[in-house]
Write a protein that binds this ligand. Sequence first.
Ligand code: SF4
Length: 115
Amino acid sequence: MKKTLTCIECPLGCEIEVTMNGDEIVSIVGNGCLRGKAYAENEVTCPKRVVTSTVRAENGALVPVKTDAPVKKSEMFEIMQKINAVKVKLPVKIGDILLENISDGANLIATGNEE
Ligand code: SF4
């Protein structure tokens, strides 16, 4: 079975073709560099993404947030439940950790300032 992916690791967006035999990777072609090969391997075995969202502050304001590392797409539902349950105390500064280890060691951090 062949899977075609567009690499999102840099703006070139190489089209990568991964040939699979069941769960086993047989070949990867089309990647312009090793980052693309690693991306394709992860994408067909355990795809991950950085999550961006917002959380509520105690005063009702919305604080923009993201994970500080990619997290498993397969755990997205549980991760969004954790994000939705967060209530932050103000003030918040960019980079503040609002929830430690939301998944696999990744933290939820603020991407905006809120007084
Ligand atoms: S394979 Fe390498 S060069 Fe191509 S899009 Fe991915 S990171 Fe960029």
